[in-house]
Write a protein that binds this ligand. Structure first.
Ligand code: ADP
Ligand code: MG
Length: 256
């Protein structure tokens, strides 16, 4: 029921004291949760970050424990890394060969993680951050947004391959619904909806609902879904119910 999305164990807003509660709060300690050292190094040495923000602590710990996430957090709280870390770790867990740059067969028809973002600019920013995180691994990141040449993007994805795709709802729906695009995700392991409230505000409800129909849910590799939003009006809760596993999710709400 709708109420279930407001009644998870950790629904109380938290500000601090996460370390005391046994949660990992420093990026350098993520190895203890199984995060690959290449990812840890990319964050601590490459990006220079040490402590996680609240939304990062709460969602990374729960997502690495296998839970779906519904998270409400303000702009500027570091949501990008909050979802990129678990999404990329899942890719590496499924394909350990990708921990190092590899010459594995490359294609765009076995995408493992998809991140949906409301605008071209935001999708491109997320794509850049994902590439910084993927540096030193064999994970290939592609961006699929409206207003760009579709054929050129498809050619690039086919040649370079794609493990993680960041895109806007319209373009992603366009690609996933067209079998001739060569873009497919039959073994999708992580799905992220970023800024869900904005995506609905600009009228992407139909595209989102169609995308979820086109993606596998419970296969050999069950899909994990992470939803982020600055606000949680009823239409966002409804879309969360369409995407999130109601029997295994964590509701995260941060105040800072
Ligand atoms: P949001 O998506 O919540 O608006 P972003 O993911 O865009 O936030 O992050 C906002 C800014 O904070 C970015 O410049 C990002 O690089 C930086 N940032 C993210 N996490 C951390 C962290 N743990 N420590 C320091 N800076 C961070
Ligand atoms: Mg953001």
């Amino acid at each position: 029921s709708l109420v279930r999305f407001y009644s998870s164990e950790s629904a109380a807003p938290e500000r601090s004291g996460h370390a005391a509660s046994g949660l990992v709060t420093r990026f350098t300690d993520l190895g203890s949760l199984g995060v690959h050292e290449r990812l840890v190094e990319a964050i601590t040495r490459g990006m220079g970050y040490e402590s996680m923000t609240d939304v990062q602590t709460l969602t990374i710990n729960s997502a690495l424990a296998g839970k779906d996430i519904v998270a409400q957090a303000k702009t500027g709280t570091g949501k990008t890394l909050a979802f990129l870390v678990p999404a990329m770790q899942k890719i590496l867990a499924d394909q350990p060969d990708l921990a190092t740059p590899s010459r594995m067969r490359r294609s765009a028809d076995d995408i493992r993680a998809i991140i949906i973002s409301p605008t071209r600019e935001l999708a491109e920013q997320i794509g850049e951050e994902a590439k910084r995180l993927a540096k030193g691994t064999g994970i290939i990141v592609q961006t699929a947004v409206g207003g760009t040449q579709k054929q050129a993007m498809l050619r690039k994805a086919r040649i370079e391959g794609c493990h993680l795709m960041v895109g806007t709802p319209g373009r992603l729906h366009d690609l996933l619904s067209d079998p001739s695009s060569g873009i497919a995700a039959p073994r999708l392991t992580a799905l992220v909806l970023d800024e869900a409230d904005r995506m609905l505000e600009v009228g992407f409800k139909t595209e989102l609902e169609s995308i979820v129909e086109l993606l596998p849910y419970r296969g050999d590799t069950p899909r994990q879904t992470l939803l982020y939003s600055a606000t949680l009006p009823k239409n966002v809760v409804n879309i969360a119910r369409t995407f999130i596993d109601p029997t295994n999710f964590e509701f995260v709400q941060t105040v800072s």
